[in-house]
Write a protein that binds this ligand. Structure first.
Ligand SMILES: CC(C)(COP(=O)(O)OP(=O)(O)OC[C@H]1O[C@@H](n2cnc3c(N)ncnc32)[C@H](O)[C@@H]1OP(=O)(O)O)[C@@H](O)C(=O)NCCC(=O)NCCS
Length: 206
């Protein structure tokens, strides 16, 4: 196991398993990404000025390098034993900021089963309780209603709009940004959601 993978825990929640991405995921990951092109493309980060094909092996290596440097937690999401998506905690900063940002996708065939909110809650609880981070951020295009539902369900607070913030699907796109800090969730993100204690109105946009 690379040092990168060693930084990423394996966490099971029923039929959902979250585990580190591995170099040997490349072939299966590429297959799922190709099968889901129209589903994922509108929301996928792109490199400005780069029309080239993405390189799955290279991006896995880069994620594992970031994990080795303790600046990312690159999870593969397995649903009922099959690779179903990714969730990556990235830009982990320690010290006076102690914050990170979270991104995710699942295959269209398993959408609508609550996989993503569960994985976001589990990853955020892990970052707050085990790594000691203080804040978790999620930024979403205004058009992405399914992803906006994820932050609403979990009660991430709306912080504001960042104009032309991230290069997605070939251009700079506006994003709504949401965050939680540790003090928002004394009972934990997953428990608060499962216990029905989320105030979804905190995610409302202006
Ligand atoms: C956004 C996304 C990660 C949500 O994941 P998920 O595991 O399906 O999350 P949920 O099960 O909580 O569903 C969230 C919402 O998606 C919508 N949804 C449900 N089933 C759906 C389906 N089959 N197709 C499209 N949207 C669906 C619903 O509005 C749902 O909200 P609801 O539960 O209040 O009805 C997923 O839709 C996805 O991977 N989309 C493409 C990539 C992407 O947008 N990534 C995020 C970039 S910020």
């Amino acid at each position: 196991m690379s040092t990168g993978a060693a930084f990423v825990p394996t966490i099971d929640d029923g039929v959902l398993r979250m585990r580190s991405i591995r170099t040997r995921d490349a072939r299966e990951l590429e297959r799922v990404l190709l099968d889901n092109r129209p589903w994922l493309q509108p929301w996928e980060a792109t490199l400005p000025g780069n029309q080239g094909r993405w390189n799955v092996r290279g991006s896995i290596r880069s994620l594992l390098d970031q994990a080795a440097a303790r600046t990312a937690l690159p999870f593969i999401l397995e649903y009922e034993g099959a690779l179903a998506g990714q969730l990556t905690v990235s830009s982990i900063q320690y010290g006076a900021v102690s914050s990170a940002t979270l991104g995710y996708w699942v295959a269209q065939s398993v959408a609508g089963r609550g996989i993503t909110p569960t994985a976001v809650a589990v990853a955020t609880d892990y970052c707050f309780r085990t790594i000691g981070l203080h804040r978790m951020e999620i930024c979403i295009r205004p058009e992405n209603l399914a992803s906006l539902r994820v932050v609403e369900k979990l009660g991430f607070r709306y912080e504001g709009k960042r104009d032309r913030y991230i290069h997605i699907d070939g251009d700079w796109r506006d994003h709504y940004c949401f965050a939680l800090v540790q003090e928002d969730v004394p009972e934990g993100v997953l428990n608060r959601w499962r216990n029905g204690n989320v105030d979804e109105s905190v995610a409302a946009r202006d």
